[in-house]
Design a protein around this ligand. Structure first.
Ligand code: SF4
Length: 306
């Protein structure tokens, strides 16, 4: 276990840092190699994590992201008494932390305790990546995801009911072995119905050593590509529509870098992790500023400093 305490912190700029809180995974999704190469779930000691977060906060970091393959399972490999909700609560109390993020969640492990602590601690960012992976119960079973479409939909409703301003994102795989046109249509319809801000889509790609790689009914690459394109085209329109709701409204952003394109442009993020491009000089770097959103595209917003 000692190895776990080595280099778990990554600092990408002076204001943001990432802390790994779990290694490995116990879920054994049939397409995933993680449990075989990284091993079973191992939660790091919460006292170590909190100590690291305190050191980071004292050195000027104001945004911390807690990372793991399945952060919601934190503590389930120990006695389970100190769970992910406990960790969120304790890290959010550290002086100097203004934003606390986490990724990735698993629908089966995202529980009421997590939702309650999020609802009561406003600095825990209203941004949850909740991978669904398929809209077909049959395929979800083949994937060994451990939930049905209706259980997933109920969870989304519960989260949105409790955190009305939440920005939900998800992951979706197309072309899993035996995926029929109807299964694909179910995935497509689910995304259309649940309206996620971002969907990380992927065409299924077999990983050697996993159960899914040797399943019958592997899907032709051309079919996978067609399905992926169709899903992406729909999601691009949807994301633009959702982002347009931000136009004309005021948000606080943390300015954390220069924009990937354009002279004299900076990039920041809202609490819900929306990318906002603004005009401005280096004096804004690392600052929390209020902006008016004036334009939206499917992947970013354009803002004016107030
Ligand atoms: S929950 Fe994520 S990391 Fe764990 S087995 Fe499934 S896909 Fe892999």
């Amino acid at each position: 276990l000692e190895d776990l305490e080595i280099a778990p912190t990554e600092r990408t700029n002076p204001y943001k840092a990432y802390i790994t809180i779990t290694y490995g995974c116990d879920r054994f999704c049939t397409y995933c190699i993680v449990p075989y190469v990284r091993g079973r779930l191992q939660s790091r000691s919460h006292t170590e994590i909190i100590k690291e977060a305190e050191v980071l906060a004292a050195s000027g970091v104001s945004e911390i992201s807690l990372l793991g393959q399945n952060v919601d399972a934190y503590g389930k490999d120990t006695n389970g008494e100190y769970d992910f909700a406990s960790l969120l609560k304790d890290v959010s109390k550290i002086e100097g932390i203004k934003r606390l993020r986490f990724t990735t969640s698993h629908p089966k492990d995202f529980d009421e305790n997590i939702l309650d602590v999020m609802a009561s601690e406003p600095l825990i960012c209203r941004n949850i990546n909740l991978p669904v992976q398929s809209g077909s119960d049959r395929i979800l079973k083949e994937m060994n995801r451990g939930y049905t479409v209706s259980e997933y939909t109920d969870l989304v409703e519960k989260i949105r009911g409790s955190l009305p301003d939440v920005c939900l994102t998800t992951d979706m795989i197309v072309g899993f072995p035996q995926e029929t046109e109807d299964d694909f249509r179910a995935s497509y319809d689910l995304l259309k119905e649940l309206r996620f801000d971002i969907v990380h889509t992927a065409a299924y790609s077999p990983r050697k050593g996993t159960k899914a790689a040797v399943m019958d009914g592997q899907i032709d690459n051309k079919v996978k590509a067609t399905r992926l394109n169709e899903l992406n085209a729909m999601q691009t329109l949807l994301a633009r529509e959702l982002n347009e709701n931000y136009v004309g409204k005021k948000f606080e952003i943390l300015v954390d870098g220069t924009a990937p394109i354009g002279e004299g442009l900076l990039q920041g993020r809202t609490q819900t992790d929306k990318v906002v491009i603004i005009k401005g000089g280096p004096e804004y770097m690392g600052r929390y500023i209020d902006v008016n959103i004036v334009r939206a595209s499917h992947w970013s917003l354009e803002g004016e400093i107030i």
